[in-house]
Design a protein around this ligand. Structure first.
Ligand code: NCD
Length: 308
């Protein structure tokens, strides 16, 4: 039962609950009219302490398409946060007003603190360089749709594996499926944090390889997950400038990949995927945005226990 739960990291959902979300999202795609009013009278509070386009709009679109309403802030400067209010007090207040809370915050663990002070479900919409579980829902739904499975896959994760929270969450989610091989493609300075490698990958006996050159593994991949170098988490602008264009996926690189490989990216993209790749039938990052909305709709239905 998902009703009343929080979603702070991917492991908060069992594989069975994930299957329920996929099934609900499939049903929403097929019968949108059945769900068009099921959240009528329900209110979502969105507390975004960090910039966002997709995630905030996707949650908003999801709630509106279910017939519910949304309020909140996208800019902490416009809220009482700027007067020095604590997360706990902001959350206690919003929990008195809304039926669920969606929070993005630059500090790792902030949504967990929020959940401790909330009497309504809290969803983590990204906390610092830590986790982003609803992006993972979008990623899994897209892989399932275009590869037809979530097991027996070789997945290349490329770019900023150190600070990329979407990568950390996706690896966690994939660790529960059989025969997943990870190719961790990053510059030496942006390798996956050791705690993810030891406590998720090695602990679950996942196969993995750390590589520097994308070309070396491209032909082996079923999924290529590109990421942006996370400028806002760097201490030093010079390091960012030096590392930002390490990997650029273009047509020439796509020619090295298999014809069934799919390309994902949580977006926003900077330079890491050339525009010319967008028209390649293997590029699915905009489909991924759409899958994200359907999975968020399914999540809202389940967390609020809505009747359809
Ligand atoms: C990602 C994020 O915020 O972590 N964006 C998103 O939510 N789709 C990826 C990123 O910002 O690079």
């Amino acid at each position: 039962m998902l009703k009343g739960k929080n979603l702070l990291e991917p492991m908060d959902l069992t594989v069975q609950e994930l299957e329920e979300l996929f099934a609900t999202a499939d049903d929403i795609i097929e019968n949108p009219e059945k769900y068009a009013h099921c959240a009528s009278g329900k209110l979502m509070g969105t507390l975004f302490y960090e910039p966002s386009t997709r995630t905030r709009l996707s949650f908003t679109a999801a709630m509106l398409r279910l017939g519910g309403e949304v309020m909140g802030f996208s800019e902490p400067a416009s809220s009482s946060v700027s007067k020095g209010e604590s997360i706990a007090d902001t959350v206690k207040t919003v929990a008195c007003l809304a039926d669920m809370i969606v929070m993005r915050h630059p500090k790792e663990g902030a949504p967990r603190i929020a959940a401790e002070h909330s009497r309504v479900p809290v969803v983590n919409a990204g906390d610092g360089g830590h986790q982003h579980p609803t992006q993972t829902l979008a990623d899994l739904m897209t892989i399932r749709k275009y590869k037809g499975r979530l097991d027996h896959l070789t997945v290349g994760l490329c770019g900023d594996l150190m600070f990329g929270r979407t990568v950390h969450s996706l690896i966690r989610a994939l660790s529960r499926y059989e025969n997943i091989t990870l190719k961790l493609i990053s510059p030496r300075e942006l390798v996956l944090p050791e705690y993810v490698r030891t406590s998720v990958i090695e602990k679950n006996g996942m196969e993995y390889e750390e590589v520097r050159r994308m070309d070396d593994v491209l032909p082996q991949l079923d999924v290529l997950y590109m990421t942006r170098v996370q400028r806002e988490r760097f201490f030093n602008e010079d390091d960012y400038i030096r590392l930002k264009d390490t990997y650029i996926l273009d047509e020439a690189k796509m020619n090295l990949a298999g014809k069934d490989m799919i390309v994902l990216h949580p977006l926003p993209r900077v330079n890491e995927i050339a525009q010319e790749v967008d028209k390649d039938p293997r590029a699915h990052y905009f489909d991924q945005v759409q899958m994200g909305m359907y999975m968020r709709m399914a999540l809202i239905v389940k967390l609020l226990g809505l009747e359809v």
